[in-house]
Design a protein around this ligand. Structure first.
Ligand code: FAD
Length: 292
């Protein structure tokens, strides 16, 4: 099922899983995926290792989600440091596997990649990948990433939104946001992108923070603003794993309810291969959302 047909009036949740780094952890990821799929989310996304090391797993897991568990799937694909040939091969494999939805991403620039001569790369930005996917002729529904708090490499929000519009004009049919912990940042962002003529559906991404270390990693990765209300919660409960988990899930649930109350239809949860967290959030919203 193409995700572009999913964005209706129903309120729903979707979940993200990430592939294993090694063969030995494949079974535990498979189990987590299956448990999350049992919640009948509107779709499940599978991330892609920028270095390409886990690319086969991404496809394998995405296929399982679609064919074994009957849940619509979104396979991520990054292009940074890839050649056109590799990308074409991946697209062919995805097409042959029946994947209908692709999240087209640039991928993060690691310190090693930063030192290479980028002028020689086939792909510099996600928009190059989106154009190639369109040119490939495969009829994928294409998603892209967006940043309510500005992508860390952008000079300012105006530039960032200008480049976001280029992705949409190139064929991106929906956008998923980077995590954020203050919904007002998303509402301001939505106002600005609509004003800039970006009209495709935007799926807010929510990261339930269930331990204090995870918060440090998340901030490092996304440079997200942490509201005082959330900092107090971590100060108070961060050293008690069960309490922090409960408080983090409650905070994420509260964010999601506010998003639904303000017109958002689908919220994507960065569930970190953690079925327990996904189940608890879904259960908190059982009378609000409509599973598949
Ligand atoms: P782009 O859209 O290319 O943007 C990157 C930067 O370049 C931005 O600052 C943008 O403003 C700027 N830019 C774009 N076009 C131009 C231009 N023409 N000229 C000048 N500047 C330009 N990473 C993974 O490795 N695997 C994943 O599966 C993955 N999934 C993700 C899912 C979501 C929802 C999000 C938000 C991020 C994900 N990432 C993933 C991380 C992502 O790869 C990084 O955030 C990366 O740094 C940017 O990717 P992008 O696709 O947004 O890049």
């Amino acid at each position: 099922m193409k995700l572009s047909t999913l964005f209706s009036d129903k309120l729903s949740l979707s979940f993200e899983v990430f592939p294993p780094k090694t063969n030995s952890s494949f079974d535990s990821v498979k189990f987590a995926t299956e448990e999350i799929a049992k919640l009948r989310p509107s779709f499940m996304s599978v991330t892609y290792g920028a270095g390409g090391g886990t690319s086969e797993y991404t496809l394998e897991i995405a296929k399982n989600i679609k064919y074994q568990y009957g849940v619509p799937t979104l396979a991520h694909l990054t292009c940074v440091s890839s050649t056109r040939e590799t990308v074409r091969e991946r697209l062919l494999k995805m097409h042959e596997a029946g994947i209908e939805n692709v999240m087209a991403l640039r991928g993060d620039l690691t310190p090693e990649l930063m030192e290479t001569d980028r002028s020689k790369w086939d792909y510099r930005y996600a928009v190059d990948l989106i154009r190639d996917i369109k040119e490939s002729g495969y009829d994928f529904c294409i998603g892209g990433a967006c940043y309510p708090e500005i992508h860390p490499e952008s000079a300012n929000q105006k530039e960032d939104i200008k480049h976001l519009k280029e992705k949409v004009d190139a064929g991106c049919q929906f956008l998923t946001t980077q995590m954020f912990f203050d919904n007002n940042l998303l509402y301001n962002f939505l106002y600005k992108i609509r004003e800039a003529g970006i009209t495709v559906p935007v799926i807010p991404g929510i990261m339930p923070i269930t331990n204090a270390n995870q918060l440090d990693r998340a901030i490092h990765l996304s440079e997200s603003f942490i509201p005082q209300r959330f900092k107090s919660l971590v100060d108070k409960f961060g050293s008690s794993p069960d309490a922090m988990k409960q408080a983090g899930i409650a905070y994420a649930t509260d964010q999601i309810i506010d998003l639904f109350a303000n017109g958002i239809k689908n919220v994507h949860i960065y569930s970190m291969n953690n079925p327990d967290v996904a189940q608890k959030i879904q259960s908190n919203l059982s009378d609000i959302i409509s599973p598949l």
